[in-house]
Design a protein around this ligand. Structure first.
Ligand SMILES: O=C(O)CCC(=O)C(=O)O
Length: 278
């Protein structure tokens, strides 16, 4: 039997898990919403799959459009496959905006050790997840979910939650199909995962996102209605972050189309393309 979800209004503190409601100030949330609305996220294809899966298009896409800052860890270079290698997998990305840096600094001041890794380093990269509904000529499809996974980077993961509440579940499928913790992560809250239980043993997933009008979020993708955005911050060692031209040629080829797509809206990725070998 699954436990009832926590409603996300109050603080939750367990070894390796902190949920901090309203940690993000109203004004910071507004700045984040404006920032997310101006980015143009992309639909990445998952790595692998057989020919049938590849040709069916949607089947191999990630469940939501995404944008990475700091370092782009590509699905097609194996990021989501819990890889046992880390080299040549991530491309230098754009820097975190000042509003994110400010919130991370405040978190570090209040929650020190839980947001830094063993070497005292804070996050230098983040994944921005857009949860919502694709509205196209096909049937509208709701993408407001995220498959069960663990984040492979060593050290803690800090997550910002913006928009409609999302139901975040933690489970250990080797022990039980039922989640051990379920939390409605609300607008302006921060979640921190660390340690052997929440970071290494338990998988997490987002199974539902509520609908509602406020706060209104925007997404630059014309056919996507976004209602929740989460940002998950991690630390990637500098020596694992490559410019396009430093990646092996076949890896550059694997991601070139994505970098071209990003370059249509980003001077940073235009510069990466120019410096690449192709
Ligand atoms: O959206 C969420 O709350 C979870 C995000 C997450 O698990 C991730 O980005 O790895």
């Amino acid at each position: 039997m699954s436990t009832d979800p926590e409603d996300g209004r109050g603080r939750i503190q367990r070894p390796g898990f902190s949920y901090l409601p309203r940690f993000i100030e109203e004004e910071e949330a507004e700045q984040l919403i404006a920032y997310f609305g101006a980015l143009v996220p992309i639909w990445e294809q998952r790595h692998g799959g057989d020919e049938h899966q590849r040709s069916s298009g949607h089947a191999r896409r990630l469940t939501r459009p995404v944008y990475w800052l700091g370092a782009w860890q590509f699905a097609s270079l194996g990021y989501y496959a819990e890889p046992d290698y880390r080299e040549d997998r991530c491309l230098r990305g754009e820097p975190l905006p000042p509003v994110m840096e400010g919130i991370l600094r405040r978190l570090q001041a209040h929650h020190g050790a839980t947001v830094t890794d063993a070497e005292g380093l804070v996050a230098n990269t983040c994944l921005i997840n857009y949860y919502g509904r694709e509205v196209s000529d096909r049937m509208p499809r709701d993408y407001a979910r995220l498959r069960m996974h663990r984040d492979g980077e060593p050290g803690p993961v800090v997550m910002f939650n913006i928009g409609q509440a999302g139901l975040l579940e933690f489970l250990d499928p080797d022990r039980s199909p039922d989640p051990e913790l379920r939390v409605w992560t609300r607008h302006r809250s921060v979640t921190i995962l660390s340690g052997p239980d929440f970071k290494d043993r338990l998988y997490h997933r987002v199974v539902q996102v509520r609908t509602g009008e406020q706060p209104a979020l925007q997404c630059a993708l014309a056919d996507f209605e976004v209602r929740r955005i989460s940002v998950s911050f991690r630390h990637v060692p500098e020596q694992l972050i490559s410019d396009l031209g430093q990646l092996p040629a076949e890896r550059q080829d694997t991601i070139r189309e994505y970098v071209q797509e990003l370059a249509t809206h980003s001077a940073h990725y235009r510069a990466q393309l120019q410096a690449g070998s192709g």
